[in-house]
Each structure stands twice: as structure tokens, then as C-alpha cells.
Design a protein around this ligand. Sequence first.
Ligand SMILES: Nc1ncnc2c1ncn2[C@@H]1O[C@H](COP(=O)(O)OP(=O)(O)O)[C@@H](O)[C@H]1O
Ligand SMILES: [Mg+2]
Length: 314
Amino acid sequence: MKQTLRATHLAELGERLEGKVRDIYLRPRDVVLVATDRHSSFDRIIAYVPGKGEVLNRLSAYWFEQTQDIVPNHVLALPDPNVTVAKRCTPLPIEAVMRGYLSGVTGTSLWTRYEKGERDFGSFRLPDGMRKNEKLRAPAFTPSTKEKDHDRNVTPQEIVETGLMARDLLARVEDVSRRLFLRGQELARARGLILVDTKYEFGLDADGALTLIDEVHTPDSSRYWQADSYQARIARGEEPEYFDKEFLRLWFMDHCDPYHDATLPEAPADMVEELSRRYAAIFTQLTGEAVSATEENIEERIRRNFAAYLRRAS
Ligand SMILES: Nc1ncnc2c1ncn2[C@@H]1O[C@H](COP(=O)(O)OP(=O)(O)O)[C@@H](O)[C@H]1O
Ligand SMILES: [Mg+2]
């Protein structure tokens, strides 16, 4: 049976912080990011998906490597399939969102705003007559602020005017984000996928250098569509075939009030398995590599692999 990593308590790694998906250990010179199998939605954990942590960590590692000529990244070492040892950076206060298509379902998505008649998006305009899910002539940089409860769209002008970030630094973030996104689209396309949109996080390292941090082009930070069926489906007015985790959200909305209930019902096992298969499949489609068939306790494996890493490093 494949094991699931719900949380880690590796006191020997350092002071532990808990993100929604990652356990973060602060060490004097670096930070250890452990990607767990926690699956979040509605700003809470709704399921534990076997193999998901490994996919997020290894897929990010793949993309960090494929983009290191564009911008330096935080990766120092990969001692375990679920673990990245990273440069500890000071995160910038925005999420760098790049969008390649006129799509989306949420209230702040480009399509929702376009459909309501909006054409001027602050730093770019869109022409009349565009169809849902059509490709934008050039990818759009639509940053948002990192706020506790929800992310808020903010224009580059507002970011500078409110003193959130200096103009030069923001210009670099935009330029780098564009180049990362184009590289992502190019490599994904060669694997039969369209990179639709994504979110980058940047930080400044100890020397003040702009550094790509967190995760890159994972299904949690990005949307992917299958390329081969895209044209025919949008021509028929259908939604593209996409990496879909919505079915689990819908199940929760049908079976409880995920925004208010103190405890949630357990996600159905067959749905969790399906989600696990989808994460593994997109990882393999993008990288050509297989996920490991983990049968041992993952926290124990991490402990052992990390100890071996420390011995090698010393
Ligand atoms: N190199 C880094 N230096 C400092 N913080 C980082 C670095 N890489 C990622 N982080 C932060 O670690 C956290 C990752 O954990 P995650 O579970 O994804 O958190 P969240 O719930 O905020 O999405 C994020 O808050 C991210 O900003
Ligand atoms: Mg995160």
C-alpha cells in the first residue's frame, strides 16, 4: 500500500512552521521545505492525497532546473523525493500571476471580468469579440497581493504607488515572470500540454538578489489543458480538457458546508485515489519520469535521507 504523508515532526531539522501544504523547517543558513500530501481547498485541508507531495516537490525541482538560466532559484539540495533544502529568502509581498488565455471561473478571473464588459485591465487592454478560453495575444501579468484570507488583484501602478514594491524591482519581476511563463508554455507544449496560467513567488536572498522561491508550474500553482483536444473543443463551445480537481470540491459542497462546518466528512476513498492518479499522470506527462512506489513510512524515509544528506554535506 502506498503511504500517505499527512504531517512531519522532525525536531532535528529545526524550528517547524506549518503551511497549508508544506511543513517548513527553519535552519540557521537555509530552510527545509517538506511537501506533504495535504490537499487544501476552501482555505482548509479537505483530503490527504497519496503521492501528491512527491509530485509537487519533484515537479517544482524539474521546473527550477529548466528555468535556472532565466532567474536564480532557491534550490540548494533535494535530499528526498518530498524535500527541498532551499535558500532562505525574504518573500516579496506579491504573487506574480501570469495568464496566457482568456479563462477562469472565479469572480476575479479574466473571463468573468471580460464577460461583464471590462476591457481595460490597468496595464493591458483586450479587444472586443474574444471568446472564452481563447489565447491572449501576449501573456498578461496580473499580480495579486498576499493577504491572509484571500488574494486581491492589484495593478502594477497600485503596487508602486502604495509603496508595496519599488518600480525597478517590480519591472524585473514582470520581465522574469514573462520569460518563465513562455519557457513553461514551450516545454509543456512539447509534452502535449498547454500551460494556461500560473503564479510565481519571488524572494530576495541574503545579498538582495531576486530569487524564484516556493513552487513552480505545479498543478497547485498552475492550470494545464491537454493541447491535442483544445482547438476542437473550444470551436464546439466546450471547456478544454484540463487537470481537474474540481470534482472533490463539488463533493464537499454537496455533502457539507465547507466554509463554516467545524469538522468535515472524510473524502470518499475512490475520489482520493483518482486525484492521486491524476497528480502522478501529469507529473509523468511533463517530466517523462515515474513517481516512486513508496511503501515505507515517508516520514521515516525523510529522516533517514536527511541524515545521509547532512553526513555528505559535512
Ligand atoms: N526560499 C524560501 N524562503 C522563505 N520562504 C519560502 C521559501 N520558499 C517558500 N517559502 C514560503 O513557504 C511557504 C510554503 O508552504 P505552503 O504550504 O505552500 O504555504 P501556503 O499555505 O502559504 O501556500 C509559503 O508561505 C512560501 O511563501
Ligand atoms: Mg503554497
